[in-house]
Design a protein around this ligand. Structure first.
Ligand code: MF3
Ligand code: CO
Ligand code: CO
Length: 224
């Protein structure tokens, strides 16, 4: 992911990012988990502007003003890790920049809320405090997830507020915190490719993701 930071720029295509991530992953002895996962055709997800997540790399050229999420999942020695970051291409509007930065703040607030023997709902409650203040909405149709020996597992990590009883976090659990935050409403659609999730109102969406470990005293970020 750190290498992707230096690679993403105006003028390259999202498929260039796919090739870059695929090559680096394989050279490091890893397997890019998205490739052929339930039919996903590429090795990384690239989600541009109004795309919420699961964007498929293609010939789209990155241009000034775009915001882009790159989501990398690697399998190494049988274990999965899952992380994503946002990239701002060239000159991005103040509104888009604010969305990207607030979404990062949401991810870290969710991670900071992770405490052993507390319910996972503390994560979404912490994130919802921020979006209430900032006037953004939180995707409800997709969640964070346990990760480790499989790509997606329990517990389900919702990023919005709930007073339902949810699973208790215990030391040793590994899961993702990956809020998807929208400028407009949280409603979304899936395109005909059966993967690309887009905002229904066409407004921007941002996402950041880390894989975390619950410890005896708190939390450790695995994907640092
Ligand atoms: N990395 C995504 C997540 O955070 C899942 C991508 S599934 C894929 O859960 F097939 F689109 F790669
Ligand atoms: Co994930
Ligand atoms: Co991911």
């Amino acid at each position: 992911m750190d290498e992707v930071d230096g690679f993403v720029k105006e003028g390259i295509t999202t498929d260039d990012i796919n090739k870059f991530v695929h090559k680096m992953t394989v050279e490091a002895g890893g397997i890019p988990a998205p490739l052929n996962y339930e039919g996903f055709p590429k090795s990384v997800c690239t989600s541009l502007n109004n795309v919420v997540c699961h964007g498929i790399p293609d010939d789209t050229v990155l241009k000034s003003g775009d915001i882009l999420n790159v989501d990398i999942t690697t399998i190494l020695n049988g274990y999965y890790s899952d992380m994503s970051r946002m990239y701002m291409i060239g000159n991005v509007s103040d509104e888009a920049k604010r969305l990207v930065e607030v979404t990062k703040e949401c991810m870290y607030a969710g991670i900071d809320a992770v405490k052993p023997y507390m319910p996972v709902s503390v994560i979404g409650n912490a994130i919802n405090e921020i979006t209430d203040r900032e006037g953004y909405s939180i995707i409800r149709a997709l969640s964070g997830h346990g990760v480790g020996l499989e790509f997606h597992n329990e517990p389900v990590i919702e990023h919005y507020r709930t007073d339902r009883k949810t699973m208790i976090m215990v030391p040793g659990m590994v899961f993702t915190v990956e809020p998807m935050i929208n400028q407009g409403t949280f409603d979304c659609d899936v395109l005909d490719d059966d993967w690309t999730v887009v905002t229904k109102d066409g407004k921007l969406s941002a996402q950041w993701e880390h894989t975390v470990l619950v410890t005896e005293t708190g939390v450790e970020i695995i994907t640092k």
